[in-house]
Design a protein around this ligand. Structure first.
Ligand code: FNR
Length: 204
């Protein structure tokens, strides 16, 4: 009899190991296409600072096409969308790193979530009761607070469970990240470490 393939993951020490039953898994979704994105950098830092016993698997939106109902009708759900849906469905929690555009949600990230909500009768499998944490960074003084608020009606519509245990809005990001978008500010890293510890505890 063929041996069942076991899921493998790479821990922070770089060694692949089978996933123990008590390991929590979070999917991290970054909402920017920019190479040196603050929000992608925030998510990378979150992966480094996620506590032992929890993994943060990083995803982006670069492979997600623009939503087009005609394309959906003709070809169904695109492969990158289906893969991301399955990853979220299998995860214990979702962490969204949202940029803020014009005091709200950036289009590329909303587009991705709109695709992930198709078809409607699959929403409950992907998002139903899923703990969702929001973080974000912007060069302005309010650090994506309006974008994070703007996500709440969307999450409610999807039947997700927004997590309000801690808040992380990273303002004046230009001074906290290096030119490649890596989070270098120790105080912000400490806040992010605390945030991840509490989110991991909440979903664990
Ligand atoms: C912005 N930006 C911005 N920032 C903010 O704090 N509040 C806002 O309302 C807006 N509005 C806005 C609109 C548009 C169209 C753009 C392109 C930008 C600035 C934004 O936070 C900045 O570009 C960040 O660097 C975007 O995030 P990433 O790409 O660094 O992750």
């Amino acid at each position: 009899m063929a041996r069942r393939k076991r899921t493998r993951y790479v821990n922070r020490d770089g060694f692949a190991r089978p996933k123990p039953a008590d390991m929590s898994r979070i999917v991290g979704l970054g909402g920017s296409l920019r190479a040196a994105s603050f929000n992608s950098g925030l998510l990378r830092a979150a992966a480094e600072l996620t506590p032992a016993g929890t993994t943060l698997e990083l995803h982006g939106v670069a492979d997600i096409p623009l939503y087009d109902g005609d394309q959906e009708e003709a070809h169904g759900i695109p492969a990158p969308v289906a893969a991301l849906k399955d990853a979220i469905a299998a995860a214990d929690g979702l962490l969204i790193a949202t940029p803020e555009y014009n005091a709200s949600i950036p289009g590329v990230l909303k587009n991705a979530i709109d695709w992930l909500s198709r078809p409607t009768d699959d929403i409950a499998r992907v998002f139903g009761g899923k703990p969702v944490a929001l973080i974000g960074a912007s060069p302005g003084g309010f650090g994506t607070i309006l974008a994070q608020e703007a996500w709440l009606p969307v999450l409610r519509k999807l039947g997700a469970a927004p997590w309000f245990g801690k808040s992380l809005t990273v303002a004046r990001a230009g001074a906290l990240f290096d030119k490649d978008g890596n989070l270098i500010d120790e105080e912000t890293r400490d806040k992010l470490r605390d945030f991840m510890a509490e989110f991991a505890a909440a979903i664990g």
